[in-house]
Design a protein around this ligand. Structure first.
Ligand SMILES: [Zn+2]
Length: 91
């Protein structure tokens, strides 16, 4: 996928490959988003949205903390869903 012109590769990983029970991780320098495989489709989408907000935070120098990013991704995802807006990410 592409965020502000920067390409990110999405790589599915096993749960034990990410630290601290994380299910998603973004590496800005490498341009890679890691997401645990076999998540329920909605969890997968929300996780990708969460990592995308990390990228926005980084690019826009927002200095959001993890808790704010979690609340933002959760609420944006809920609003999209409530309004029947489906987000599909393409690699
Ligand atoms: Zn996060």
């Amino acid at each position: 996928m592409q965020i502000f012109g920067k390409k990110y590769k999405i790589i599915k990983v096993a749960k034990n490959e990410l630290d601290n029970d994380k299910i998603g991780l973004i590496n800005y320098r490498k341009g890679i988003i890691y997401i645990v495989k076999d998540l329920a489709p909605e969890v997968w989408q929300e996780t990708l949205l969460h990592e995308t907000i990390h990228a926005i935070d980084e690019e826009m120098v927002l200095s959001l903390n993890e808790d704010l990013i979690r609340r933002l991704s959760c609420s944006i995802f809920a609003i999209l869903k409530e309004n029947g807006i489906n987000i599909e990410f393409h690699n």
